[in-house]
Design a protein around this ligand. Sequence first.
Ligand code: 5RP
Length: 232
Amino acid sequence: MEKAKRAAGYRAADMILDEDRIIGVGTGSTVAFFIEALREKNLMHGRMFVASSLDTALKLREMEARLLDLSTVDHVDVYIDGADEVDAEGNMIKGRGGAHVREKMLAYISRRNIFVVDESKLVGKLGGKPLPIEVLPNAVSHVLKALRSMGLNASIRSSRCKDGPCISDNGGVIIDLQVGVIEDPEGLEARLLRIPGVVDTGLFIGYVDRLVVGMRSGEAVVKEFKRRRGLL
Ligand code: 5RP
């Protein structure tokens, strides 16, 4: 899928407008191609970047990008990010990289949202991949109990580099839910956010303006959506 991810990342770079001064940057391997394209197409100069994760901040710093902290901005001109699954309405599951809380904040404050995926991410209905939620550390026990009492299969994501839970850049614990086919994304989101201590979910509903789908052939197809959420 490298070729497809690359096609999507590079095509998204072509969508950066001259007037885009502040660019939000998501997390993941497809976004890494977008960052590479920014440099190759000489699009870094005169622009500032807001990273959704430490991983992305470090990648941008390698290129001597000017970084702004998320806490100091109330908008970005355009936000580019990847996704784990996208349905026909542009609803998504995100968070394989554990960065979905900051990613959603950036998608919320962005004037344009462009998501970049390879064609394997397109699904009829969401739910084939785990749905992550981020939880405050002192809420983990009761959140797990609440999720299980709702009949959801929930497990704490394990860290790959140390014993114990995967801790996000915000200090939250990532819990993965195996939910199966999600018939009602908004209903599920509302039920999850009702549990005290849940910071946010990996469900991104109504945030896409443009979806760039990279194909195995190396081409990229662009789909337009009517965005429904955000500080527009
Ligand atoms: C990180 C994310 C990523 O955008 C998502 O997992 C897609 O990653 P990749 O482009 O590597 O497939 O949500 O939290």
